[in-house]
Design a protein around this ligand. Structure first.
Ligand code: 0O2
Length: 233
């Protein structure tokens, strides 16, 4: 994702190519967009802060347990279209103030772990850091959604240090195993397919797959425990 400054510069650079009357409109749009671009830059900083914290934990954890607590971290800024859709869906006016006030997941970090117990260990280590506040914890692993969705979500308040202020930004961290992520990614894609035949039976089958995946996760964790125990002996 490009920084706000780059995007702004690019728009400015292209302005002289426009006819004079359009240059004025373009300048107004740019001025109106500034608070939004600035806010997105701040969310991007929050993502960087959380990623750094996770990478530090990874380094320490891998020394202590001789393996990495997560396989991958993926981050994204919510797109303007999705921000617009979510505010409208929640019944709020689409303003920069309402983005900050009502959306938890503009800054999104997804952490993909190998085993369910790594998720809880990592989430607890992150939550205990004294500059972070856990605003909300949604445990869809112990309490899966009716469709079978499983993941642990932490909504965090994370400090970012700007040139003249320290500001707390909200970020959502989703912890999933590889298997949970496989299921959620496919289900997410399938959800947006329109006019699907036998939708009810597909929903049922997806729930069955989620149950298989849950069993698989704990079976793999059991195998790892047995290997660890025999190594300790
Ligand atoms: P996208 O496209 O991933 O950004 P909240 O404001 O936090 O109280 P919210 O955001 O509805 O309410 O909370 P919830 O249910 O915890 O969902 C947050 C995110 O979790 C979703 O973001 C999805 O990324 C993921 N998620 C939740 N439920 C499901 C599900 O049933 N299937 C899949 N595949 N993902 C799910 P968005 O904005 O919906 O989507």
């Amino acid at each position: 994702m490009e920084s706000g400054k780059n995007q702004e510069d690019k728009i400015r650079e292209g302005q002289h190519l426009l006819p004079p009357e359009a240059q004025e409109v373009s300048q107004t749009i740019l001025e109106d967009a500034k608070p939004f671009i600035n806010l997105m830059m701040q969310y991007k900083c929050a993502i960087m802060e959380v990623e750094t914290k996770l990478k530090v934990l990874d380094a320490e954890f891998s020394l202590a347990y001789n393996r990495n607590p997560f396989e991958d971290i993926r981050s994204r800024l919510k797109s303007p279209v999705s921000i617009h859709e979510k505010l409208v869906r929640k019944g709020y006016e689409v303003t920069v103030e309402n983005i900050e006030a009502y959306l938890n997941d503009v800054a999104g970090i997804r952490v993909i772990c190998s085993f369910p117990d790594d998720i809880y260990r990592l989430a607890d280590m992150l939550s205990r850091q004294d500059d972070i506040a856990v605003v909300k914890r949604k445990d869809y692993i112990r309490n899966p959604k009716p469709n079978g969705y499983r993941s642990l979500h932490l909504i965090l308040n994370v400090p970012i240090y700007l040139s003249n202020e320290k500001k707390y930004m909200r970020a959502e961290v989703q912890f999933r195993t590889i298997a949970m992520n496989f299921w959620a990614s496919l289900e997410h894609k399938l959800k947006y397919k329109k006019d699907v035949e036998n939708e009810e039976s597909i929903v049922k089958e997806l729930k069955n797959c989620a149950d298989f995946i849950e069993a698989l996760d704990y079976q793999m964790q059991g195998i790892r425990n047995r290997i660890d125990r025999s190594r300790d002996k």
